[in-house]
Write a protein that binds this ligand. Structure first.
Ligand SMILES: [Zn+2]
Length: 163
């Protein structure tokens, strides 16, 4: 297992819709092992392939009681609303308050290529949405009003400069 370099904003790969995963083999398993390692090293709760520079529809997460690999993820159902801080490893984890659905149902394929559905609430539901967005080339700051979006980016750049 290898800790990969995290792709940071701004980078083209973060804005591209990922390619579907079609091969469920040892290579994919090794890649997701690296993704977990990279995520734990950065003390994150989720990591999408885009964040290690790969334009693929793939993410890993370990958030509250939900630990999984999701290939070709899609959100099939959402319910309610929650408001809370959200951050992204590609933006130095600078937090911003963002409204998201409270309950989310995810559909994806596991490492064997089998389709599954999983429901989560609260923080784990937020993670489903955040990581699935990455696979679609979308960053959480895109939901923020312009001023708040610019504030997050400015703080990230400043911390990067001094960090
Ligand atoms: Zn992120």
């Amino acid at each position: 297992m290898t800790v990969r370099k995290i792709t940071e904003y701004p980078n083209d790969v973060l804005g591209k819709v990922g390619e579907p995963i079609t091969k469920f083999d040892a290579e994919l398993e090794a890649l997701t092992a690296d993704m977990f390692e990279t995520m734990y090293d950065a003390e994150g709760v989720g990591l999408a392939a885009q964040q290690i520079g790969l334009s693929l529809r793939l993410f890993v997460m370990d958030c509250e009681d939900v630990k999984l690999v999701a290939a070709n993820p899609e959100i099939v159902d959402t319910e309610g609303e929650q408001s809370g801080p959200e951050g992204c490893l590609s933006l130095g984890k600078v937090p911003a308050v963002l409204a998201r659905a409270e309950k989310v149902r995810l559909r994806a394929q596991n490492l064997k290529g089998e389709w599954f559905e999983r429901e989560a609430e609260g923080y784990a539901a937020r993670c489903f949405l955040h990581e699935t967005d990455h696979c679609n080339g979308k960053l959480f700051v895109e939901y923020l009003p312009k001023m708040r979006r610019e504030m997050v980016i400015k703080r990230f750049k400043k911390e990067k400069k001094w960090g």
